[in-house]
Ligand binder design. Structure first.
Ligand code: ATR
Length: 271
């Protein structure tokens, strides 16, 4: 019987996940069905219960349900626990496992797709909300010398760092205006791009070899990417991260890791 999966969100119509997982399944010859699942805003738990009862094997979770998914899961992986959010559920017949593949997807995109090592590097993480939290442990695991977390609300960044006390020696907090660059890698994990706003960091954060990545993506570069490119940085959007987090979820469900390069290339073409 064909194993069924879906991505749960609200809204969900524009999700690229069915296409990405469809390509992975075709490449690896896996007989799966992957669809979109619109959950009512007050109906996430009921939707998951229905999927489990209908025999689905797992689901991805997107906006606005990632925090609720972490609460609903009966077991959390270490990285989901650190993130406080879940983007991948596994229905293994013995409960609901919650994982978070967003952060490893981000690191894979930087290291493998962009070819930029994070080992011993200085990283600037802009933002201290859910997206930044999800990225922090996988970023630390990649071995940077320091991660500076800069946020509009300093107290939120301080609270985030306090949760990662084991890594305090490599973490620092800053406001946007007083960040001291340059950085090797800059990650925009704020939602500012949605408002066409740029976190007001000084131009000195960019050096000649800086990679600047915005977790957002769209059919044109974000304002942050334009700002970074204008100061000489190499830029990336969040499409690679999307493709990589999906590959990690696919591997979790199917025990086989798909290649990502051709999927990323085809998504870019149709962007
Ligand atoms: P997400 O899940 O996308 O991370 P979130 O948890 O609401 O969403 O966090 C949004 C992040 O973007 C926060 O770091 C927020 O800064 P504050 O903590 O000061 O609210 C940041 N953010 C949102 N809009 C922004 C803007 N216009 N300029 C700078 N930072 C912004």
């Amino acid at each position: 019987m064909t194993d069924r999966y879906c991505v749960i969100g609200n809204p969900i119509a524009h999700s690229k996940s069915p296409r990405i997982h469809g390509q992975y399944a075709a490449e690896l010859g896996e007989d799966i069905q992957y669809e979109q699942c619109l959950a009512p805003l007050d109906g996430f738990a009921a939707t998951v219960a229905r999927l489990v009862s209908e025999g689905y094997k797992g689901a991805n979770v997107t906006v606005p349900f990632k925090l609720e998914a972490a609460r609903l899961a009966t077991r959390l992986t270490a990285r989901a626990q650190a993130a406080g959010a879940v983007n991948t559920l596994v229905f293994d017949g013995d409960g609901i496992v919650g994982d978070n593949t967003d952060g490893v997807g981000l690191v894979a995109d930087i290291v493998r797709n962009a070819g930029v090592s994070l080992t011993d590097k200085r990283v600037l993480l802009l933002g201290a909300g859910g997206a930044a939290r999800g990225a922090l442990l996988p970023l630390l695991d990649a071995g940077p010398r320091q991660i500076v977390i800069a946020n509009r609300t300093l107290a939120t960044a301080e609270a985030l760092v306090a949760e990662f006390a084991d890594h305090a020696a490599r973490l620092a907090v800053s406001g946007f205006a007083d960040v001291e660059g340059p950085f090797d890698v800059i990650i925009n994990a704020t939602s500012a791009s949605l408002d066409a706003a740029v976190p007001p960091v000084p131009a000195s954060v960019f050096g000649p070899d800086t990679l600047a990545l915005d977790m957002m993506y769209g059919n044109k570069p974000t304002v942050f990417m334009d700002f970074a490119a204008g100061h000489g940085a190499a830029v990336r959007d969040g499409l690679g991260m999307l493709v990589e987090q999906a590959a990690e979820a696919f591997a979790l469900w199917r025990g086989k890791r798909p290649g990502t390069a051709h999927v990323l290339a085809s998504m870019r073409q149709s962007q």
